[in-house]
Design a protein around this ligand. Structure first.
Ligand code: HEM
Ligand code: HEM
Length: 181
């Protein structure tokens, strides 16, 4: 049976840039909600929370570009380690799309104007589209926490694979940092 060379075939530069750049932005996103949920109202929360919506809108744009790139690049990528890894990555993509999408739907449905980074994305209108605000209200926070749980599992699996098996999977996404085991 042919063995899959997991540590000799890394993801390309663009895929790595998307992965680590967006990982940093997602980390910031979760820090903003963490501060909002865990800390009393104060200067830190006042500084962090206003970045949540614009950064979330930027992540929406980036995930669409990343999906297009993943399709273009699919024949050059290292093969999935196993079915669970493949399904895990698909679930991450599904949530990376769904979480900001339902929030933007809620924002639109609220009728309030929205200009992330000063760019007039939604001009606002009189009234409200209730089904949009309802879907966002039910699913945004819920799916956001599910995404966080999945990311924790994803990072845990990357570390476990590196420690407990011959598959130096980290080297696929961080070829320089992942060389030595
Ligand atoms: C991918 C990016 C995003 C992530 C990971 C994320 C994550 C989260 C999480 C986990 C919560 C729940 C906090 C709680 O339980 O109180 C939350 C709340 C919130 N988010 Fe986001 N969010 C993202 C994008 C956005 C966008 C694009 C908007 C609006 C344009 C937005 C607006 C809000 C608002 C208003 C709340 C507070 C109300 C609520 O809990 O639903 N978020 N976000
Ligand atoms: C410290 C944090 C992280 C580490 C150490 C890490 C590690 C890795 C590794 C080693 C791979 C390659 C796995 C393989 O080929 O089987 C990978 C792929 C992937 N990771 Fe992460 N990851 C991190 C954060 C994140 C975050 C925050 C997300 C999304 C919210 C994410 C989403 C993905 C996706 C979708 C893939 C599949 C390849 C792609 O299409 O980009 N990762 N990650």
């Amino acid at each position: 049976m042919a063995a899959i060379a997991t540590d000799t075939h890394p993801y390309g530069r663009v895929s790595r840039l998307f992965h680590w750049g967006m990982a940093a932005l997602f980390a910031w996103q979760f820090v903003t909600v963490g501060a909002r949920v865990l800390l009393p109202d104060g200067a830190l929360d006042d500084f962090l929370w206003p970045t949540h919506k614009p950064l979330g809108a930027l992540l929406m744009l980036l995930v669409v570009l990343r999906l297009v790139w993943a399709l273009v690049d699919r024949t050059r990528r290292p093969p999935s380690l196993n079915l669970a890894a493949h399904l895990g990555h698909l679930a991450l993509y599904a949530l990376m799309v769904a979480v900001p999408l339902v929030a933007l739907m809620r924002q639109y449905g609220s009728g309030r104007a929205f200009s992330p980074f000063g760019i007039p994305l939604m001009s606002g209108f009189e009234g409200e589209i209730e089904w949009m605000t309802a879907i966002g209200g039910i699913f945004h926070g819920l799916l956001g926490w599910v995404l966080l749980a999945l990311v924790v599992g994803h990072v845990g699996m990357a570390i476990l694979h590196r420690r407990l098996s011959d598959e130096n999977v980290l080297a696929r996404m961080a070829p320089h940092a992942g060389q030595s085991r």
